[in-house]
Each structure stands twice: as structure tokens, then as C-alpha cells.
Write a protein that binds this ligand. Structure first.
Ligand SMILES: Nc1ncnc2c1ncn2[C@@H]1O[C@H](COP(=O)(O)OP(=O)(O)OP(=O)(O)O)[C@@H](O)[C@H]1O
Ligand SMILES: [Mg+2]
Length: 249
């Protein structure tokens, strides 16, 4: 069976000389919920952004569900990106658009450029967007502008937008950092349930160790751009936490 994600020898060096990722190898199966842990600057965001190809890696390859994302260009790149759902810490919604319109934007890449630009969505698109919003408990907020929603509601719209993409891989970069603890768990629950129900791998950058322990099946620890821990969430003991956050020898 095809792996959900295969990362090989992935490196990112910024123009200023900072090495954010060095030689990352990681293979993830469709049933995994991976929590990525690491101190500030460890490379967590850079890793997820390279996987979604929001930034260009310096070397290495990323294969999502059998498709090489790093080699893709033009329409193939748009298509490859559309297979990866991404949830941002700061939601990244269009404030003046309604919840439904924000979620519909996830469907643009399915259509020709002009059709997307003109907002000519199909009934199927509208149904998918509506059901994604119902899935995150916002069926009563379809027509509310994003700027009138609370932080927790906005993040659930962003999660619904990722679901409406029908992604083959779901990435979330500290999706709960701007939320209170209860809402944080709601959002992680939604991501986990989606992954389980659709056999889609989920990779989440988290700050809270208990979130990794409670939600993840697997934990990957980064330090200075390298993997220093990779194991089942049940093996994340104090020594492992020390290895991830302590000084790299
Ligand atoms: N646009 C950029 N230009 C240059 N260096 C960058 C850029 N973005 C990030 N970096 C550097 O790359 C390294 C990894 O940053 P990254 O944002 O991936 O860390 P992180 O693990 O997500 O940290 P945090 O927990 O603070 O979000 C850091 O040294 C950072 O300073
Ligand atoms: Mg980050």
C-alpha cells in the first residue's frame, strides 16, 4: 500500500545561512496521527511548510500519497497542493467572507482557473462545504462573516476548509495555540476523527506535551532541524521529553 507521506533527505537552508532542516527522513502511514514536538526554532513550521510546498526545500523529496510534491510544477503543483490540507495557527480566513465562502475557497483548485475566479461553484461544492461546516459544529454559522466569529469558531472554519479539500494528508501548525484549553481539545478531536474516518494521516505541530500524549499515535521530536526522537506516543516519557527539549549533545 502507498504510504500517506514519504519524506527523504529533506533539508532547508535559508538564504541567510540558517539551517532549519537537515536530512529529514520520515515515512507516515494513513492511520497515523503524528505530533511533532520541539523547542522554538527547532524547524517544526518549516517542516510542515516544505511538505505542503508553501516554501521550497533546499534538497530532498516529499511524496504525498504516491505523488512527488517537490518535483511538481504548474497545474501539477496546484493539484499536488490541493491534496494537502493545512490548518494555520492564525486561521488565515478571509475576514469579510462568510464561513461558507471561506470553505468554498478550498474547492477552487478543482476547477479551471476562470471558473474558480468567477466563483462558479457546483452544487456538489456547496454541499461539501456545508457538510464540512456541519461536521465541525458550525451548521448555524454558514452565512456569518469570518470576522464576526470567535477565535474557536474561526479555527473550526479553517478546519472545515481543510476537510472540504478532501485532502490525502492533513497538516496543522500549532492549530490550538490561539485557543483556550477546551477548544484546543475540540480542534484536535476533529482532526483525529477526520483522519481515522478517512484513513488520512494527520501531522500536527504541538506545544503541549499532554496533547501529544493524549491525541497522537506517534511522536516525532525535532531539535535544530534534525529528528531526535521518533516513537509511539506511549513511549514519550520524561527521558524522551528531555531528549527533545534538552541541549543536543
Ligand atoms: N523566512 C525565514 N528566513 C530565515 N530564517 C527563517 C525563516 N523562517 C524560519 N527561519 C529560521 O528557521 C529555523 C526554524 O524555524 P521554524 O519556524 O521552523 O521553527 P519552529 O520549530 O516552528 O518554532 P516555533 O515553535 O517558535 O514556531 C529557525 O532558526 C528560524 O529562525
Ligand atoms: Mg512554528
Amino acid at each position: 500500500m502507498t504510504d500517506a507521506l514519504r519524506i527523504a533527505r529533506l533539508s532547508k537552508r535559508w538564504p541567510n545561512g540558517t539551517t532549519a532542516l537537515s536530512d529529514i527522513d520520515l515515512t507516515v502511514g494513513g492511520d497515523e496521527f503524528v505530533a511533532i514536538l520541539g523547542g522554538s526554532g527547532a524547524g517544526k513550521s518549516t517542516l510542515l511548510r516544505c511538505v505542503a510546498r508553501l516554501i521550497e526545500p533546499s534538497a530532498g523529496s516529499v511524496v504525498v500519497d504516491g505523488v512527488d510534491v517537490t518535483a511538481a510544477k504548474g497545474r501539477a503543483l496546484t493539484k499536488a497542493r490541493s491534496r494537502v490540507g493545512f490548518v494555520f495557527q492564525q486561521f488565515n480566513l478571509v475576514p469579510k467572507y462568510t464561513a461558507l465562502e471561506n470553505v468554498l475557497l478550498a474547492r477552487v483548485s478543482r476547477h479551471s482557473y476562470w471558473r474558480g475566479l468567477l466563483g462558479r461553484f457546483t452544487d456538489e461544492d456547496r454541499l461539501a462545504a456545508r457538510s464540512a461546516l456541519e461536521r465541525v459544529g458550525l451548521g448555524d454559522k454558514l452565512d456569518a462573516p469570518a470576522r464576526e466569529l470567535s477565535g474557536g469558531q474561526q479555527q473550526r472554519v479553517a478546519v472545515a476548509r481543510a476537510f472540504a479539500q478532501e485532502p490525502r494528508l492533513l497538516l496543522a501548525d500549532e492549530p490550538t495555540a490561539s485557543l483556550d484549553p477546551r477548544l484546543a481539545e475540540v480542534v484536535l478531536d476533529l482532526l483525529r476523527d477526520y483522519g481515522r474516518a478517512n484513513h488520512v494521516a494527520v501531522l500536527v505541530n504541538v506545544h503541549a506535551i499532554e496533547h501529544a500524549r493524549n491525541f497522537a499515535t506517534r511522536v516525532v521530536g525535532l531539535q535544530k532541524g534534525a529528528v531526535v526522537f521518533d516513537g509511539p506516543a506511549s513511549s514519550l516519557d520524561d527521558a524522551a521529553v528531555e531528549r527533545i527539549y534538552g541541549e543536543r549533545k
